[in-house]
Ligand binder design. Structure first.
Ligand code: ZN
Ligand code: ZN
Length: 183
């Protein structure tokens, strides 16, 4: 993903990446597998250096936050970056503030790899669910509750039913007592 600055013509350069990107070493605890990444990026000359923009399409297996099972997902990411050419004698504070958000390039090439990796990582949601109604796993026994209920959950349910039964019994006793009194 390295582009020699001298190879960028006045009208800019259209780049298409696919194969190289699938080998990107992107690591994230919610990312199980990067299956396919393609990017279409245009680089153009600017006063400050270069501006690159385009789209990254990704096909990956992400890990569900609740059930911890990987599931396939695709994402479309808008890409844009400023690449500022800096010279050795850069000293002006104003310029330094201005270039904080930009990628600084000193040498003769632009390497898009880091920025593409950065955007891929940012595209992984903080909360990922395989489906909105994912039941997750039992914190007790680790059973995937989407597949089947575990006995821990049943016990919990039983406790609730027990409480209801008690109330019901009490009500019935009260009724019986009232009935007895009438009799
Ligand atoms: Zn899930
Ligand atoms: Zn359980």
């Amino acid at each position: 993903m390295k582009i020699k600055i001298n190879d960028i013509p006045e009208e800019g350069l259209d780049l298409e990446f696919s194969e190289n990107l699938a080998e990107l070493n992107v690591e994230h605890e919610q990312l199980e597998k990067l299956k396919e990444v393609t990017a279409n990026i245009h680089i153009q000359k600017e006063d400050f250096g270069f501006f690159a923009f385009g789209e990254i399409n990704v096909d990956w297996d992400l890990i569900c936050n609740r059930c911890l099972i990987p599931f396939p997902q695709t994402a479309k990411i808008e890409f844009s970056r400023e690449y500022r050419l800096i010279e050795e004698d850069i000293a002006d504070e104003k310029i330094e503030e201005d270039i904080l958000s930009a990628v600084l390039i000193k040498n003769e090439e632009i390497d898009l790899e880091n920025e593409i990796k950065e955007d891929l990582l940012l595209a992984i949601p903080i909360k990922i669910l395989c489906k909105a109604e994912c039941k997750g796993i039992c914190p007790n026994c680790g059973q995937n509750l989407n597949v089947k209920k575990c006995s821990c959950v049943q016990e919990e349910t039983d406790i609730r039913w027990e409480a209801l039964k008690e109330i019901k019994n009490k009500l019935e006793k009260t009724k019986q007592n009232k009935t007895k009194k009438i009799n």
